[in-house]
Design a protein around this ligand. Structure first.
Ligand SMILES: Cc1ncc(COP(=O)(O)O)c(C=O)c1O
Length: 417
């Protein structure tokens, strides 16, 4: 079976993790701090805090801003539920908006959804493609007139915060700048299936405008994410430095040096090794499927954007949700793993129970119903990539023929006409 997205665990990773294990220091320590500095340099942001997940990073930033009951946070309907769950955790209301044909949030729909209760916009760089941040940042700036500040941080910002869910998009580029430096705050995921993994993990890239001091915010977030304790475990090892205070009822979501050791190896080879390999796989898929008029290819590059090649979300023209599912079942029988990214959040039981209805987000449902994502991972060989391509083509054609949609099989190269 060709898997979907296994991690790249090679000797370099094993050696670095072993080095941490042997060092006797396995929780947050010097490797986490080094990883944070390297991520700041890589993304071009002002300060980085590493945590145990992107979900924790998103929630911590909502809490830092003082998001609470009665507030609204704008999120795309087309995302993983973590994006919306963190809003619910804070007692606030997720306000879903529809997406564009590239799967990313529609800036005009954001504009229409803003109310005096809106505190945050959380765009998602779906599959690794950065959102239209020029438009989104402009909408946040324009919100100054309507924005109602209800915390010290909100007063300083004076407008809606743009908190980008960059779970997929480390290494993505927008107008020449890297993801992490495109909005007020970005949160990247290092979950096991992500481009750059630490097994589980994530980071907050702080990029808040003056007069915010991002280094000071970093320090306060270190405390907030470690019980509210004013000294971390490393600081307490200094002889005599044992006494500590709890300055707030903080959270517990720090990254460990074991995780950071994987991340350090991954980051060092990300631009010159990981991304070119992922790009080559994506390019092969694009060349293979562009010949078929049933294939709707994902947007990977535009004049302003380059994806991080996290997902390859293929869409099949003219199929229903059930036909898409049937195509996927056949692909699995050919030994290839595929996935759907994502079942829209308003389709989930919990959110349906809250009264959300996916029919209010028609383009989200339309894109979802025709989408499945293909394997991309470092060790996916050219031969296996071809196996994926062949499995997709034969499975799609079988289902289109079965439903009498074979007139759509107007294959431009004539090979399967
Ligand atoms: C769009 C999106 N946001 C947030 C997350 C949460 O990331 P993590 O698992 O690191 O908490 C994910 C995870 O897959 C995701 O896809």
């Amino acid at each position: 079976m060709i898997p979907f997205s296994p991690p790249r665990i090679d000797q370099k990773i094993i050696d670095e993790v072993t080095d941490t294990l042997r060092s006797g220091w396995i929780t947050t320590g010097s490797k986490t701090k080094r990883f944070e500095k390297e991520l700041t340099a890589y993304t071009g942001c002002k300060a980085t805090l590493c945590l145990n997940s992107a979900t924790a990073g998103l929630e911590i930033m909502l809490r830092w801003l003082g998001v609470k009951e009665g507030d609204e946070v704008i999120v795309p309907a087309y995302t993983y539920s973590a994006t919306a769950n963190v809003v619910v955790h804070c007692g606030a209301k997720p306000v879903f908006v529809d997406v564009l044909d590239d799967f990313n949030i529609d800036p005009e729909k954001i504009r229409a959804a803003i109310t005096p209760h809106t505190k945050v916009i959380m765009p998602v760089d779906f599959g690794g493609l950065p959102c239209d941040y020029e438009a989104i940042n402009a909408i946040a700036l324009e919100s100054q007139n309507i924005f109602k500040a209800e915390s010290k941080e909100q007063e300083i910002l004076g407008r809606i915060m743009v908190l980008s869910d960059a779970a997929h998009s480390i290494g993505g580029i927008y107008q020449g700048k890297k993801v992490g430096s495109l909005t007020d705050v970005s949160v990247i995921s290092f979950h096991a299936v992500k481009n750059l993994t630490t097994a589980e993990g994530g980071c907050i890239n702080l990029n808040l405008p003056a007069p915010f001091d991002n280094e000071e915010i970093y320090k306060s977030l270190c405390i907030k994410t470690l019980h509210g304790q004013d000294k971390d475990a490393l600081a307490k090892t200094i002889p005599g430095n044992w006494r500590y205070d709890i300055v707030e009822a903080g959270y517990k979501c720090n990254m460990t040096d074991i995780m950071a050791s994987i991340g350090l190896v991954e980051l060092a080879r990300y631009d010159n090794d990981t991304l070119p390999v992922r790009k080559a796989i994506v390019d092969r898929y694009q060349v293979a499927f562009e010949k078929f008029d049933w294939a709707e290819l994902p947007v990977i590059y535009t004049a302003e954007k380059t994806s991080s090649y996290h997902l390859y979300p293929l869409r099949i023209k003219g199929v229903t949700e059930a036909m898409r599912d049937e195509i996927m079942s056949i692909i699995f029988t050919k030994g290839v793993s595929v996935n759907v990214h994502f079942i829209p959040v308003p389709m989930m039981s919990f959110y349906k129970g809250m009264g959300y209805d996916v029919h209010d987000y028609p383009n989200t449902f339309f894109q979802y119903s025709r989408e499945f994502s293909l394997p991309i991972f470092y060790n996916l060989s050219a031969a296996d990539t071809q196996t994926v391509i062949d499995a997709v083509i034969s499975s799609v054609e079988a289902v289109l023929k079965k439903y009498g949609l074979n007139m759509m099989l107007n294959v431009l190269n004539g090979s399967a006409a």
